[in-house]
Design a protein around this ligand. Structure first.
Ligand SMILES: *Cc1c(COP(=O)(O)O)cnc(C)c1O
Length: 393
């Protein structure tokens, strides 16, 4: 049994493409072409060039000395926070805009909750001179004004989703509706390892640059390509998928996926999908999601907007179900404390999503000789107001 996707688009029992018939031609066009396009030398060349010159890759693998001393183990930080736009998300949007161009698309749509994926999408659309429409719940537009302003500055049109709870899932519905109505000229950029096959696999492959670099960076620093642990936070699961990717089949490498427990796993205000979720279909794939007994999606909660998602991608559902990855839930308070800790110990202010991964150091004891790589998925600039309010700075 493998941990990667099979040729039918499933990770074990999870994945697939559960989509309305009207969407079938778009998804099928992508499915038939994505691997071919990604394998073309000219695609690889342009992708690598942009990652280098525009995003600023390779992102450093930084040995965090003071953090390591504090926890008596060897901690490395994979610095995705240093990427252009401040997180790992741009690795995927660069890949997908190149994919869209190869497929002859002229128009890009996306949906966003907190706005981070919207900004990463608007950024690459500006870069390529492509039309960009971002659907966003009306409530989220009000909550995330700085990101809305960024998207507008970058030339994107931000369209409010006015139905339902006026948050992410309503924005997703609007984006899907748009795609059905514009099947020929439009590509839908999904922001995590979620959605119908082939999206989870395609996004994982774009993010796999993270563990690809880790291998040679560890070889340089430690004389071996593998760490003992890789730790990453999971919203939909894309930064974790990228950090795990090249280690999935090597069970000597322990994978730790960190979810947001919010105010506590059983508080009713949480986003700990693996613990609380049941099998179901969300965003076109079969996976684990938080739902009521009659199948209604439960509103998730986390202090960090990027982890506030009611499902996980099918890869992670499979990693959970098979026990390949250890899943740990971290509360708001534990995450905030860890975020402040990293700031003071290493001079790095992390995104609150990332602070959840850092909190694992307080939860779990590692051996002094263990090599623990924590994927530092993003920087904390966007979260400053949250940190200010929380710590009364
Ligand atoms: C969006 C985001 C996440 C969560 O998304 P994944 O797809 O699970 O990686 C994590 N960290 C940061 C900094 C983000 O912006």
């Amino acid at each position: 049994m493998g941990y990667n996707i099979n040729d039918k688009g499933y990770y074990g029992e999870f994945g697939g493409a559960y989509i309305p018939e009207m969407l079938y031609p778009n998804v099928e066009e992508l499915r038939q072409n994505y691997l071919k396009i990604m394998a073309a030398p000219s695609f690889k060349e342009e992708f690598d060039q942009l990652l280098k010159d525009y995003v600023g890759r390779p992102s450093p693998l930084y040995f965090a000395k003071r953090l390591s001393d504090r926890y008596n183990t060897k901690v490395y930080l994979k610095r995705e926070d240093l990427n252009h736009t401040g997180a790992h998300k741009v690795n995927n949007t660069i890949g997908q805009i190149l994919m869209a161009q190869r497929l002859g698309k002229k128009r890009i749509i996306a949906e966003t909750g907190a706005g981070q994926h919207g900004v990463a999408t608007a950024t690459v659309c500006a870069l390529m001179g492509m039309e960009c429409i971002v659907y966003m719940g009306e409530i989220d537009i009000a909550r995330q004004a700085p990101n809305v302003a960024r998207m507008k500055m970058l030339g994107a049109k931000v369209v409010p989703a006015l139905s339902g709870s006026r948050t992410l899932k309503d924005a997703t519905n609007e984006a899907i509706r748009d795609w059905i109505n514009n099947p020929i000229d439009t590509h839908y950029i999904i922001g995590s390892v979620v959605g119908p096959h082939p999206y989870p696999d395609m996004v994982a492959r774009f993010q796999a640059i993270i563990s690809e670099e880790m291998q040679w960076q560890l070889q340089e620093k430690e004389g071996r390509t593998t760490p003992d642990y890789v730790v990453a936070c999971v919203g939909g699961g894309s930064n974790a998928a990228g950090a795990f990717y090249h280690y999935l089949e090597n069970t000597n490498v322990n994978l730790i996926a960190v979810e947001a427990a919010g105010k506590g796993i059983h508080s009713g205000e949480s986003a700990a999908t693996s613990v609380l979720g049941k099998e179901g279909i969300i965003h076109g794939s079969k996976t684990l999601l938080m739902q009521t007994s009659d199948g209604q999606i439960t509103e998730p909660y986390s202090i960090s907007a990027g982890l506030d998602y009611p499902g996980v991608g099918p890869m992670h559902a499979h990693l959970y179900k098979t026990g390949r990855a250890e899943f740990i839930s971290i509360t708001d308070d534990e995450a905030m404390t860890a975020g402040l800790g990293l700031s003071k110990l290493e001079g790095i202010i992390p995104a609150i999503e990332t602070s959840h991964s850092l909190a694992v150091l307080d939860q779990k004891t590692f051996k002094p000789e263990d090599i623990v790589v924590i994927n530092l998925s993003g920087r904390g600039d966007k979260d400053l107001q949250n940190y200010i309010d929380y710590f009364k700075l």
